[in-house]
Ligand binder design. Sequence first.
Ligand code: NAD
Length: 475
Amino acid sequence: MNAQAQNLINGEWTGAGDVARENPARPGEIAVVSPRSDRATLNTAIEAAGAAQTGWAALPLPARGAILLRAGELLAQRREAVAEDLVREEGKLRGEALGEVTRASDVLRFFGGLGWAASGEVLPSGLPDTVITTRREPLGVFGLITPWNFPIAIPAWKSAPALLSGNSVVLKPAELTPMSVNHLARALQDAGLPAGVLNIVNGRGSEIGDGLARDERIAGLSFTGSTGVGLGLHQILSARRARVQLEMGGKNAVLVLDDADPAAAARVVAAGAFGLTGQACTATSRVYVTPGIRAAFLRELTALAEGYRPGDGLEEGVSMGVVVSEAQRDGDLAAIRGAVSRGATLAAGSTEARGQAVSATVLTDIAADDPAVTEEIFGPVVAVLPVGSYEEGLAAVNNSRYGLTAGICTDSLSLATHFTENVRAGVVKVNRPTAGLDLNVPFGGIRDSSTNTFREQGRGALEFYTWGKTVYTGR
Ligand code: NAD
């Protein structure tokens, strides 16, 4: 039985199954059907969000937090079923999906708990008998646009701080993964979120996403997705001086130095490159290696890559999920074949796929300006390049239009410290995979990876969803 995703508008589940989404691991099996909404439906959702916002913001902060806490609890109770739907629509491993649903539930609980802790400042005044305080106020209605690769965690980490802060929300999920967001919204609704505070509108990016960005009633927009779409949205939002947060592409690099343990470095790179089928914005896709460790590191990495068994994430023994769509598979293969045709060596992997199962692929003997080294692929593909020294490696890591995450594998505290201070990336990992962050830390990049302003996740996420007010009180 396929799942039915719907719109949630003013507390009502509506919309037909206009669009059928096939399970990426089982061709012909419909995983979920969802509505393809029009602008009139979007308009109703924005109206509902606008009408509900003031009442929601009037609730005490701990009462708003309590709803998030309850929703987190409900999602945790439902995690097995939610994870199974997530695998069917997105294709990752069951274990990865369970981890993602748990993350979404923990994010709700983290922000729910802040209902008792979010606070302003008390500042001294130069005037007598005067107290200055700062407050954070909600902006109104937020638009959220989310991608398919973390179909429940990203909607959770955007909507939780938006809602806790007293905003209402209109969320547009990715077309490929509509069901996961339905589960998130149901948990919030069942936890007591008032009608209209969170609205879900399914549909095309160019229709519903674009409509959200252009609507004057949307006070701010948070987007995660590709750099091209994000930069277009930035122009629209900036033109009407609305708040905008973009999390976009990455081309994340790891520098492996001679003094690292080759096996440990290979495990760090493989986890970053092939975990989540490489479909993470923080995935490792470039590796620079100094001469003394190159042969041993490549041997270890190749062995690890060859050990992956890609396939249906719900099957026992499968160790890497399928890629999300035929288009994504074709893009991955085009990048691999293109590099090979220009002279790169396929140290591990294949130029062919089995259905949507793409092999864990390692490219060597590849030019530094090959598109497989410079452009985001968003699949289980990593390029390994030689560098002569630490300095050359640091320069190579920084030579990118992106700047999301970066890593170094070394035993040298001094070089690790120099790297963390000089690398141009929003998140730096020493001896840890570039992918994977805790829920309480700021997340975001620089250059073409992010808006370079507000960070997501952790306590700091509340700043994007609020504006600051300074209050003088005299007596
Ligand atoms: P995408 O840009 O195609 O789509 C993302 C969302 O934007 C979807 O909901 C889509 O419907 C919507 N959209 C598409 N066109 C639109 C338009 N013209 N106006 C408004 N909305 C529109 O990206 P995707 O393929 O879903 O996701 C993969 C991309 O997301 C990768 O580039 C990846 O790096 C990026 N990503 C970034 C992060 C991060 O935090 N930096 C996290 C996950 C994914």
